[in-house]
Every structure is written in C-alpha cells, then in structure tokens.
Design a protein around this ligand. Structure first.
Ligand code: F6R
Length: 241
C-alpha cells in the first residue's frame, strides 16, 4: 500500500475522478464501488465536469454504494440515495438508475436486505474500482472498530463518534440514525483495485494508524494491507508526520 500526498484536496479529488472516468471509458460495463461523505464531494464534482465535457456513454456502468442508514428512505434529504442522486446521478443523466445500487434503508427486515445486497455483489462483482473514505476511528464503509475481517454486508450499530461526525448533515443530533446497512470488510476486499481518500487534520490519526502497518480490527482500514492493489491519497493535513 502506498500513501501519497499528491497536493491539496482539489488535486487529489481530480486525480481520483480521472481514475473513475478512465475506468468507465476503458470498460463500458465497469462495476464501481462508491462512497459518500464530505471527502467525496469535490471528487464527484470533478467527475461530473469530466462527464459533461466528454459525454461518454455510461449506460452500462453499474454502481454499488457502500452503505445506507437504516430508517431513511430514498427521498430523505440525508439519505445516501439522495446524496448520490444530488451529486452524480441527477447531474450527468447517462446513468441507468436500474444499475445504480444502494442498500434499502427502509427494508422490512434489514438482515434480509443485507443478505440480498451481498448476493447482488456476488452476482455482479467484483468491483473494478472501489472508492473509500475513512472515518476518524478508522472505519471503512460503516465497518466500525471491532468488525470482523471476514464480515459481509450486515446491519451495523454506529458508534457515538460516527454519529457525532455525521450529525452535521442533520438538523438535530437526535435525528442521526443509530444503525446502517454496510458492505462488510470481506465484501470490500473483493474489489480488483481500491482507492482511499482522506483529507484534513481530523483524519491524520486514522491515516497514521494505517501507515503504521499494524493490521488490527481496532482500525478496520488496516485490513487494506492484505489487498494487493490499494492506493491511498491524502492532503497535507492528513499526511502522517
Ligand atoms: C460513506 C462511508 C464512510 C465515509 C467516512 C468518512 O459511504 O462509507 O466510511 O467514507 O465516514 O466520511 P467523511 O468523508 O464525511 O469524513
């Protein structure tokens, strides 16, 4: 695994957007693993600019998001469905909505839904390119510290630190869902290529733990050391000393 500071957030975002764009051009039926969150905003904006400018046919591309909150339907403004529509799928109209997948946060039975999503990943996967952010506690997807390395898509209890970090997207901290459905660590590791992005001082500790090379379920992202094709891009503030 290589941890690279390729300059500021803007440059890193543009680089990753270009890698996603190239993947879609190189293989029309690309399978993309996508992430949400603050880290990804500029990356998706750069991707939309590239798509707008070049107008490629992306109708065969299939996307799979990492996670969704339990209890938020696809129309909820803080749902990851809405995030993806607002930032990508409604911006560039070429995507086929039937090929853009996220877990259903309002399924009657979240366990059944998690199993359905994992079966879908198995059927359609592996991902050609998986994009990841990282939580301050080292989570990837919503795989919080202590999650088994062999976990597949599952119902997750979010930690207080994750609820606190994500409360900025809600009017009231009390409105932040306490659970989510997330791809598991084993599901994520099946991707052919993984790119992780981290920006800001608040991510420095998690990246420092990752850079240490110590592989532990206490810092879920450290499982990535066991994958042969992972790149990590950070800005100055998140770069370990
Ligand atoms: C989002 C996800 C999370 C975020 C992480 C960082 O789909 O799976 O792992 O990538 O919580 O979030 P931000 O970018 O908001 O700091």
């Amino acid at each position: 695994m290589k941890i690279t500071n390729i300059g500021d957030k803007k440059q890193a975002s543009f680089y990753v957007a270009t890698e996603l764009y190239k993947q879609m051009i190189h293989k029309k039926e690309s399978k993309l693993g996508l992430a949400t969150g603050g880290t990804m905003i500029e990356m998706y904006e750069a991707l939309v600019s590239l798509l707008e400018k070049n107008q490629p046919d992306v109708s065969q591309v299939e996307t799979f998001n990492l996670d969704e909150y339990i209890g938020l339907d696809a129309e909820h403004p803080a749902s990851y469905h809405q995030y993806m529509n607002n930032i990508l799928f409604d911006q560039y109209k070429g995507f086929d909505s039937a090929k853009c997948h996220l877990p259903n946060g309002v399924a009657d039975n979240p366990e059944v839904e998690a199993n359905r999503y994992e079966a879908l990943l198995d059927e359609k996967g592996p991902m050609d390119l998986q994009i990841l952010g990282i939580g301050q506690n080292g989570h990837i997807g919503f795989n919080e510290p202590g999650t088994a390395f062999d976990s597949v898509t599952h119902r997750v209890d979010l930690t207080d630190s994750t609820i606190e970090a994500n409360s900025r997207y809600f009017d009231d901290k009390a409105d932040v869902p306490k659970q989510a459905i997330s791809m598991g660590l084993r599901s994520i590791m099946k991707a052919k290529r993984i790119i992780l992005l981290a920006f800001g001082e608040h991510k420095k500790e998690a990246i420092t733990q990752l850079a240490s090379g110590n592989i532990t379920t206490d810092v879920p992202a450290t499982i990535l050391h066991l994958h042969p094709n992972v790149e990590v891009y950070v800005d100055d503030a998140a770069m370990p000393d």
